[in-house]
Ligand binder design. Structure first.
Ligand code: SAM
Length: 301
């Protein structure tokens, strides 16, 4: 008996057990799919994808390829960020008629920096059941293998594309002591790394988690000022998908300053410096002049 036959046959009882579990009707199943490696799918996810009446997915071509890898074929309904509301109404009607529907995204866990949250919200509002079928998540995978020691993390996801908005968001994150988790597309990796290095103390560590679970998977830990050189050292690093982790605020960061930065960052996105400083003084109880100076520095980057 070859090793692969042994593995498959020893999984059969478990697959039977999964098949015999209860899968209620009139339910939306939010199913995580792999973030690269097709082996990273759960037995329960396969069972659910096999039994549902239809699958709502971000991109029907991607999902039909994925299903084919597992020997599955199913009615697919396109559910992307531009049509979530309309699709939700159709799904609700089908769920009310007693069907089971799965929701998947192109990769990983739906509704996390991916379409799906509006559909889940609408289905719940209609009084229907939503069941998560957990699995791969790029953020959690990166955190688990990063070696950064911190029980807390703050998921940021994608930063705004516009420089000023990005700076404001980063300024608001300065005082957070949890590990910061960012998603980034390859075409913006350089500018994001520049922005992170400008926003946080140079003593902070960061982790690049690139192409997780794929052939060219790479994880690299360095201090923020060294990040640019690591990216430039290999042209391949301009390609691929990245999770970036940044160590949280150093313990000695003054809590009052951190809170002032957070409040100012929010206000500066909406009002002029003087007004932001004045409002921040009322909110935090700190001196208006000092806040005005801080706001000016934040505005100038
Ligand atoms: N919902 C997905 C999840 O659960 O992780 C994330 C989808 S989001 C649209 C895509 C982003 O996730 C990518 O730009 C990248 O930041 C991150 N990502 C997805 N797959 C990845 C991988 N294999 N390696 C590193 N990052 C990945």
């Amino acid at each position: 008996m070859t090793p692969s036959t042994t593995t498959t046959s020893s999984l059969l009882p478990l697959m039977q057990e999964v098949s015999q579990q209860v899968y209620p009707l009139s339910t939306l199943y939010v199913v995580a799919t792999p973030i690269g490696n097709t082996g990273d799918i759960t037995l329960r996810a396969i069972k659910v994808l096999e039994m549902v009446d239809a699958i709502a997915c971000e991109d029907t071509r991607n999902t039909s390829h994925l299903l084919a890898r597992y020997g599955l074929s199913k009615e697919l309904l396109a559910a992307h960020e531009h049509n979530e509301r309309e699709v939700a109404d159709k799904l609700i009607a089908r769920l009310q008629a007693g069907q089971r529907i799965a929701l998947v995204s192109d990769a990983g866990t739906p509704a996390v920096s991916d379409p799906g949250a509006r559909i889940v919200d609408a289905v719940r509002h209609a009084g229907l059941r939503v069941v998560p079928v957990p699995g791969a998540s790029a953020a959690v995978s990166a955190l688990s293998a990063s070696g950064l020691i911190n029980d807390q993390f703050h998921f940021v996801g994608f930063l705004p594309a516009k420089a000023k908005q990005r700076e404001n968001v980063l300024a608001g994150l300065r005082g957070i002591s949890a590990t910061l988790v960012f998603y980034e597309a390859p075409h913006r990796i350089n500018e994001t790394v520049e922005a992170l290095a400008a926003a946080f103390e140079p003593t902070r560590q960061m982790v690049f988690a690139r192409e997780l679970t794929k052939l060219f998977e790479e994880m690299h830990r360095c201090r923020l000022p060294e990040a640019r050189a690591w990216l430039a050292a290999d042209a391949n690093r301009q390609k691929g998908e990245y999770v970036i982790l940044v160590e949280g605020a150093p313990a000695e960061t003054d809590q009052g300053e951190a809170e002032a930065d957070r409040v100012l960052a929010i206000l500066l996105a909406e009002c002029p410096v003087k007004q932001a400083a004045s409002l921040a003084a009322q909110i935090t109880g700190q001196k208006k002049n000092a806040l005005y100076e801080r706001a000016l520095r934040m505005k100038q980057g």
